[in-house]
Ligand binder design. Structure first.
Ligand SMILES: CC[C@@H](C(=O)O)C(=O)SCCNC(=O)CCNC(=O)[C@H](O)C(C)(C)COP(=O)(O)OP(=O)(O)OC[C@H]1O[C@@H](n2cnc3c(N)ncnc32)[C@H](O)[C@@H]1OP(=O)(O)O
Length: 255
């Protein structure tokens, strides 16, 4: 089982990626389950907030599963995978219920894109975060840069993408990407308490505000911009530098 989905009586739906041995990397099954969950939350009269997190203490999400996706060698093959997840993150971005990334451990690559699609990012103090795609000779490929430029000041977003380094949650909070650093030993409970004021409101009020917030992203212009980023990434994907960077990671000796 790669994910779990649990709904609490208070209206929180927890979507947990359960691949700690792969640092919660995303493969096709995780994508399919996420898409189903987003559709379920959208339609549900009782689901109020969707929280996405990862199992274990090591990682929130390490992005795309490189052991699976390294088999995609052409631009067309890469585009098909990137656009599949791009469409899922677009539906998460425009979901008519509030969404939270509960960043329990390292968030890297596409893991940061997944978190960027959410409305709020709460992170455990000290966890490491990095839009490292540029070090793999690609760009964000799931619409992450387009979302980042919408949600953060231009210079802060560009800095995160061009540096492509790992920063701690506290620095990400100062830069405006993380909304709250959490320090309790029970992250889920701390998250629950932060969401309490939202959960007290009716679903229709939550949904009305989210529709007001996301209307600007439901345009043809925005959608085309989002998918132009994905196409540029697919072009870079088939280059030799990307292949070398992925092979270097996959063949790295680990203890
Ligand atoms: C494809 C979309 C694209 C995008 O649009 O953004 C991407 O997401 S590109 C992928 C970007 N992600 C990465 O480059 C992350 C690579 N992983 C790491 O840098 C590190 O694993 C880590 C996440 C910082 C954790 O380090 P550490 O705690 O030291 O663990 P290990 O490195 O030893 O890994 C343990 C285990 O997990 C496997 N793993 C980790 N990340 C991935 C991944 N993204 N895909 C596949 N497998 C991953 C790693 O190979 C180890 O497995 P074993 O060797 O079998 O134990």
């Amino acid at each position: 089982m790669s994910v779990t989905v649990e709904q609490e009586k208070n209206g929180i739906v927890w979507f947990t990626i359960c691949r700690p041995e792969k640092r919660n990397a995303i493969h096709y099954e995780v994508m399919d389950r996420l898409q189903e969950t987003i559709e379920m939350v959208e339609k549900s009269e009782t689901a109020k907030v969707l929280v996405i997190t990862g199992e274990g203490e090591e990682a929130f999400c390490s992005g795309g599963d490189l052991s699976v996706f390294h088999q995609l060698t052409t631009k067309e093959e890469a585009y098909s995978m990137l656009a599949k997840m791009g469409n899922i993150l677009y539906s998460l971005l425009t979901l008519s219920k509030p969404t939270v990334a509960l960043i329990n451990g390292t968030a890297i690559g596409g893991g940061c894109e997944l978190a960027t699609a959410c409305d709020f990012r709460y992170a455990k103090k000290g966890v490491r975060i990095g839009f490292v795609q540029a070090n793999l000779a690609i760009t964000t490929g799931w619409g992450g840069a387009t979302m980042l430029f919408e949600k953060m000041p231009y210079d802060e977003a560009l800095h995160l993408l061009l540096c492509a380094n790992m920063i701690c949650a506290e620095e990400a909070e100062k830069r405006g990407w993380i909304h709250r650093c959490l320090s309790s030993s029970d992250l889920k409970e701390e998250c629950r308490q932060l969401l309490m004021p939202y959960l007290e409101k009716s679903s229709s009020v939550l949904s009305a505000y989210k529709q007001a917030a996301t209307a600007k992203w439901k345009t043809k212009e925005f959608y085309e911009r989002f998918f132009a980023e994905i196409e540029r990434c697919a072009t870079l994907w088939e280059g030799p530098e990307h292949e070398q960077a992925v092979q270097a990671f996959l063949t790295k000796k680990r203890n």
